[in-house]
Design a binder for this molecule. Structure first.
Ligand code: LCS
Length: 398
């Protein structure tokens, strides 16, 4: 059902599963099992030798996880995907499949904190060096590539400050030098942006966010060519980040409405961003869909929607931001993103607290920055909630 002639909504619903042949179940069944029995010792040996198709053990593969893998591969326009236990598992498995001792990686500085720490701390202990660059300047990326560079890693839009990277430009630098381009597409989702169609090689997804969409699971995926995913599978079974079949079911179930939810996230976030931008208490708003975003033209070129993430700073700085976060009623004060509910958080003291202040500054994470993951509630209700929360002592600024 993943024919290129089908539209995105059709692919989201149908890719990865049809009616189950065993009993005619219409919803994809949950194969909640650790192992799969062999009919004979010979068959078991053939499956292990790769001479016969069939499942072995859920860390090696599972039919429910395959539904999710086929759906995300189809939506990203890729040949294959590997479902894994979390977004971080997707990042670490992909990077360890690509890099070995003595290799170098270029990464942009506007990335999720745990990924920054993996690149700045854990990988160097394994003899893999990382150079961080400002990904908004493509020439900085090009200049950082060395003879032993094997990969370029970035998020666009980046977490949290929504800096963009020109995917096509970076992918062409990488291609010319034999380097693999790895793009974390979690913020955009394949509904708003398709990095592989722009020349990227590998896509990372934290399925915890928009793919699952309901804030009730942790999961992830690595997406790419069949050749790369086959290679990555060996790293995956060694590292062991297996996705539970139940979580695979929830993710694949959520993905059936991904295009509908993203349309609502995109529309609501634009309304909220426009509301905040005209509010007297607000110093600045960061949203790729606003003409005031410094890379709005790039957003128009490489994204088909601007996403649900909005950042802003109040004139009253961090104190006003805290007062706002303590006063919202409908928005939930928590980390994570991509939930149907609107979530609000303070990156400098929460999601990115472990990143050293100098690195945070380079990534655009000022102390006053507030991050909103705009949900699919009624935009009027969200605006009313933010409006009442801004109408508090300390929130109005000068
Ligand atoms: N990539 C991006 C862009 C993320 O934002 C996150 C998590 C990950 C990867 C890791 O995914 P996970 O392992 O959590 O599934 N971002 C989070 C955030 O901003 N708040 O809480 C988690």
């Amino acid at each position: 059902m993943d024919s290129p002639t089908h539209g995105t909504c059709t692919i989201a619903v149908h890719a990865g599963h049809g009616v189950d042949p065993a009993y005619g179940a219409v919803a994809a069944p949950i194969y909640q099992t650790a192992t799969f029995a062999f009919e004979s010792a010979e068959e078991g040996a053939r499956r292990f030798a790769g001479e016969q198709d069939g499942y072995i053990y859920t860390r090696y593969g599972n039919p429910t996880t395959k539904v999710f893998e086929d759906k995300i591969a189809a939506l990203e326009g890729a040949e294959a995907a590997q479902g894994v236990a979390s977004g971080m598992s997707a990042v670490s498995t992909a990077l360890l499949a690509l890099l070995k001792r003595g290799d170098h990686i270029v990464a942009t500085d506007s990335i999720y904190a745990a990924v920054h720490l993996l690149l700045a701390d854990t990988l160097p202990h394994l003899g893999i060096e990382c150079t961080f660059v400002d990904g908004t300047q493509v020439e900085r990326v090009a200049d950082a590539v060395k003879p032993n560079t094997r990969a370029i890693y970035f998020e666009t839009p980046g977490n949290p400050a929504l800096k963009l990277v020109d995917i096509a430009a970076v992918a062409s630098i990488a291609r010319n030098t034999g380097v693999t381009t790895v793009v974390d597409n979690t913020f955009a989702t394949p509904i708003n942006q398709r990095p592989i169609s722009l020349g990227a090689d590998v896509v990372i997804q934290s399925a915890t966010k928009y793919l699952g969409g309901h804030g009730d699971l942790i999961g992830g995926a690595v997406v790419g060519s069949k050749e790369f995913i086959d290679k990555l599978w060996h790293t995956h079974i060694q590292l062991g980040g297996a996705l539970s079949p139940f979580n695979s079911f929830l993710i694949a179930r959520g993905m059936q409405t991904l295009p509908l939810r993203m349309a609502a996230h995109n529309a609501n976030a634009l309304r909220v961003a426009e509301f905040l931008e005209q509010h007297a208490a607000v110093e600045r708003v960061i949203y790729p869909g606003l003409p005031s975003h410094p890379q709005h033209e790039l957003a128009r070129r490489q994204m088909s929607g601007y996403g649900g993430m909005v950042c802003f700073e109040l004139k009253g700085g961090i104190e006003a931001g805290r007062a706002l976060m303590n006063s919202v009623r409908l928005c939930t004060l928590t980390v994570s993103l991509g939930d149907v509910r609107t979530l609000i958080c303070h990156p400098a003291s929460m999601t990115h607290a472990e990143v050293p202040p100098a690195e945070r500054e380079k990534a655009g994470i000022t102390d006053g920055l507030v991050r909103l993951s705009v949900g699919v509630e009624d935009a009027d209700d969200l605006i009313a909630d933010l409006d009442q929360a801004l109408d508090i002592p300390g929130g109005m600024g000068p």
